[in-house]
Design a protein around this ligand. Structure first.
Ligand SMILES: Cc1ncc(COP(=O)(O)O)c(C=O)c1O
Length: 378
């Protein structure tokens, strides 16, 4: 079969490759999802919805009650003033990101995002005919982007700046003054900002600052996947000015029609009845983060302290780099993702601490055994 030329620009996610290589007994620190079960309230609401026949298409933009609750959540947490018209319910943040990028990016225009950064951005840019452009961040600066570096890379060809704080894969959380300055540079240059905030519930030091606080035109992608351990429910949302929501809705109606009805019923229950759930996960993740970071340091690995999300991104360049270390660990039954999956930081390795303390301790034990030998061979 002959496929469209755009397919040559789409790569298989480095994270998927790790999943597919996983044996049943592997200790999996490659996963990007909470190892918790969805709250019981959410399951019950979805079951009831299905039993009561709430199984048809919903409004394309999502049911009103859920849009209302999502707007309220942001307004309550971040002082925004969203209403139902500012919300589009999507199939996960993945779809929200795709809609926004499709709606904003003309062929040949640049999609700017941080390096290292989440695997989707470059591929969604390519799907829209756009050109991925890296905004470099460094270990020395805690993987926080520098607004003046952003200002310098602008050429007038940019269609969107994608921000992701807390960041996958580094765990960095951008301070308020950085977020504000990035938004200011973008607004002054007429470059829309798309903020991926799927880890906003998981900030351990400091607070989450949404760029939407500084400009009404910012688009925000978020989701129930991480906050409520609902990755398989495929429920997320896009927030933004009504005209942008309308444009994205035009794409959404053809690619998705609506987010799954029973998932939307579950989402209502999450926001009405399970508000405390993300904080419980937060506590557990924070303890696991401390365990993992202490263990890495005891093993002689340097690692920027992750302040959010549930990833650590240690530097293993002295041991042959991320691919070599990930392969060696996989050979011993510990799955991780090499930094190369997220851009140019090939010397790093992404470890997810959305895993039990038993698994983290086992993984640290394997690292202690395997990694020093790799160093000697370099
Ligand atoms: C930064 C980031 N954005 C978006 C997503 C996609 O989330 P969803 O399950 O809501 O599509 C992920 C999932 O790993 C992610 O890490």
């Amino acid at each position: 079969m002959r496929f469209a030329s755009r397919m040559e620009r789409i790569s298989l996610s480095g994270i998927r490759r790790v999943f597919e290589a996983a044996g049943p007994d592997a200790v999996n620190l490659g996963l990007g999802e909470p190892d918790f079960d969805t709250p019981a309230e959410v399951k019950r609401a979805a079951r009831d919805a299905a039993d009561e026949g709430f199984t048809s298409y919903t409004e394309n933009r999502g049911i009103e009650e859920l849009r209302h609750l999502v707007a309220d959540r942001y307004n309550g947490l971040y002082g925004t003033s969203y209403g139902e018209d500012n919300v589009l319910i999507t199939s996960g943040a993945s779809e929200a990101l795709q809609l926004a990028i499709q709606a904003l990016v003309d062929p040949g225009k640049s999609v700017v995002f941080t390096d290292p950064g989440f695997v989707s951005y470059a591929n969604l840019a390519a799907l829209s005919g756009g050109v991925p452009r890296a905004l470099s961040t460094s270990q020395g600066a805690g993987f926080v982007p520098d607004p003046s570096v952003y200002a310098e890379l602008l050429t007038g060809d940019e269609a969107v700046l994608v921000l992701n704080s807390p960041c996958n894969p580094t765990g960095s959380v951008y301070p308020e003054k950085v977020v504000r300055a990035l938004v200011e540079v973008s607004v002054d240059s007429g470059v829309p900002v798309l903020s991926d905030e799927v880890y906003d519930e998981f900030v351990y030091d400091g607070v989450h600052v949404t760029p939407a606080t500084f400009d009404d035109e910012v688009l925000v992608a978020n989701s129930f996947s991480k906050s409520f351990a609902m990755t398989g429910w495929r429920l997320g949302y896009l927030l933004g000015p009504p005209d942008a929501i309308e444009q994205c809705l035009r794409i959404h109606q053809y690619v998705q029609a609506c987010a799954p009805s029973v998932s939307q019923a579950g989402g209502v229950a999450a926001l009405r009845e399970a508000e405390g759930f993300p904080r419980e996960m937060w506590r557990r993740f924070r303890d696991r983060r401390d365990l993992l970071i202490d263990g890495l340091r005891e093993n002689g690995l340097s690692c920027v302290e992750p302040r959010g999300a549930f990833y650590a991104f240690p530097d293993v360049s002295g041991y042959g780099g991320g691919d070599r270390v990930a392969d060696a660990l996989a050979g011993e039954g510990v799955l991780t993702v090499p930094g190369s999956a997220f851009g140019s930081h090939e010397g790093n390795l992404r470890l997810s601490y959305a895993a039990s303390t038993g698994d983290l301790e086992a993984a640290l034990g394997v690292m202690e055994r395997v990694i020093p030998d790799l160093g000697r061979e370099v």
